[in-house]
Every structure is written in structure tokens, then in C-alpha cells.
Design a binder for this molecule. Structure first.
Ligand SMILES: C[S@@+](CC[C@H](N)C(=O)[O-])C[C@H]1O[C@@H](n2cnc3c(N)ncnc32)[C@H](O)[C@@H]1O
Length: 260
């Protein structure tokens, strides 16, 4: 199995590899619900940006839904009915786990860069920690399909690894835009793509989106209600991430204009 662009014969092989990578780590990844980067950074960021869509009849599209961490930890507890959720994921094993965890949702095996979705069928499209796996052509394809699949006024909300926090296999910061291999917190190696915030904005705008925000997300200040022991544990992560990186995540909210 290859995890490196240089070793890949074709783009297709790269995509197949990504499915294999996440198939192989399916069990380990299902423990990723406990990662501080999810619990204290990714989850609250998505929760804040998605707030208006909770407790409504809105239809959700999750791009790169893996084993349904976002659904189980965030969407369902915030009143999103499972029937209103469609998730697309390239790893069949992850989809199997997602289906078991959230039986009412529509989880499908698929490549998000080659999707065929009904036009104007979703109110919101979201993605968490997926687009760093895609090159510019892949992200561009995702943005175009998502634009078509959203209703006018629909929102595209996503969180990715911040380009200033991308590290290679030796833990060194990646400075050049383009492909690199990194380690995953749940084990193994992963192919990632570094892209500037400006490039992400250009790709979204070329697809027709109006960008409402791009936000550099740091590890947040501790909440007041932590016990002393919890705060001590929390501050270890806070100090580690905030001393090492200017930002951990890039959060984006883009709108499909009502008259496009
Ligand atoms: C870091 S995981 C994040 C999963 C999930 N969004 C979450 O936060 O729990 C990245 C996921 O993106 C999926 N993925 C990567 N490239 C993909 C593609 N082209 N099409 C569909 N899924 C893809 C991987 O298989 C993996 O499950």
C-alpha cells in the first residue's frame, strides 16, 4: 500500500489508497471521539457555525463522514434527526461502522470528488478534517458539486487542519504548498495537501460561493467550570498546541447566494 503521491501511478490509485488507509484504521479511528483536538477545538467550532441549523428540518450533507463521529457527538445531540443526514465516505469499513452507529442516516461509500447528488437538495453541507486530503483539483470538484447540491441560501461549513499546523513524518512544519505525508493521531501514515487560506478562498469563489468567514482557530481558553484536576489536564493540551502553532484549524463558512 502506498501513502505517497510520488509512488502513485494514477490519481485513481491515490483515492483507492485513501479508502484503504481509513479501512485499515477503522477501529482505531472510532476512538478519535476522545481526542482533545476534536473535543475542545473541532467539535465546538462546528457547533458554533452550525447552530442555526440545529433543531430544524434542515437536510445535512457530511463530506468524508468516516465512522459518524460528527453525527454521534454533534448532530444527533443537537436535535438533527438521523433521517435528515447523508454522509459520503470513501472507506467501506468506516461506512459500515457509521451505519451501525446511526441506523437512520443515509451513509454511502463514495469519493467526494466524483459525486452525483440531486440538485438543490441540502440546506447545509459540512466537513471536518477531510479536505486536507485533496489536491486543488479535488477540492475544486467538491466545491462545484456541493454548490449544485445546496439549495439557494444554503451553507457550506467546514473545518480543516490549519495550513500553519501541517507537519511531516518527522514532525517538522511543512512550508511548501502541495502534497506531503504525515502521521495520524490514531496511528499510521496519511497523505495530506498544504494549501494557503487564500487558495481555499479562490477555489470556493470560483465555484460560486460567497465567503462569510475564514477563521484561524486556536486551542480555546479553559472554561470556568473545570475542576482543578480537569483544568490541569486541559492546560497541558492548551500550552502544547498554542505554544507550537499560531492556529490549529481553519474554519470556513460559505454561502450559495439566493440568486445564482
Ligand atoms: C480525518 S478523517 C475525518 C472523518 C470525519 N469527518 C470526522 O471528523 O470524524 C478523514 C476522512 O475523510 C475520508 N476521505 C478522504 N478522501 C476522501 C474522498 N476523496 N472521498 C470520500 N472520503 C474521503 C477518509 O476516508 C476519512 O474517513
Amino acid at each position: 500500500m502506498s501513502n505517497n503521491f510520488e509512488d502513485m501511478d494514477t490519481e485513481e490509485e491515490g483515492k483507492k489508497d485513501m479508502g484503504d488507509v481509513y479501512d485499515n484504521f477503522a477501529e482505531a479511528f472510532s476512538g478519535s471521539d476522545k481526542l482533545p483536538s476534536w473535543e475542545f477545538v473541532g467539535k465546538p467550532t462546528l457547533e458554533r457555525l452550525l447552530k442555526e441549523h440545529f433543531n430544524s428540518s434542515d437536510k445535512f450533507l457530511d463530506l468524508g463522514s468516516a465512522s459518524a463521529r460528527v453525527e454521534v457527538d454533534l448532530l444527533l445531540p443537537n436535535g438533527v434527526p438521523s433521517e435528515n443526514i447523508t454522509g459520503i465516505e470513501i472507506s467501506p469499513k468506516q461506512v459500515e461502522i457509521a451505519k451501525q452507529r446511526v441506523p437512520g442516516a443515509d451513509f454511502r461509500v463514495g469519493d467526494i470528488t466524483k459525486l452525483e447528488l440531486d440538485p438543490e437538495s441540502f440546506d447545509v453541507a459540512l466537513s471536518h478534517m477531510v479536505f486536507e486530503h485533496l489536491d486543488d483539483a479535488g477540492l475544486s470538484a467538491v466545491c462545484k458539486t456541493t454548490f449544485e447540491a445546496l439549495k439557494p441560501g444554503g451553507e457550506f461549513i467546514f473545518v480543516v487542519t490549519h495550513p500553519d499546523k501541517m507537519t511531516d513524518l518527522e514532525g517538522k512544519l511543512v512550508t511548501e504548498d502541495g502534497p506531503f505525508t504525515t502521521t495520524a493521531p490514531w496511528g499510521g501514515e496519511l497523505l495530506n495537501w498544504k494549501r494557503s487560506v487564500e487558495r481555499t478562498r479562490e477555489i470556493l469563489e470560483a465555484a460560486g460561493f460567497e465567503i462569510e468567514l475564514t477563521e484561524d482557530v486556536k486551542f480555546p481558553e479553559p472554561s470556568e467550570d473545570l475542576s482543578e484536576a480537569e483544568k490541569e489536564e486541559y492546560m497541558k493540551h492548551y500550552n502544547y498546541y498554542n505554544s507550537k502553532y499560531p492556529a490549529m484549524r481553519l474554519a470556513v463558512k460559505a454561502i450559495k447566494p439566493k440568486s445564482s
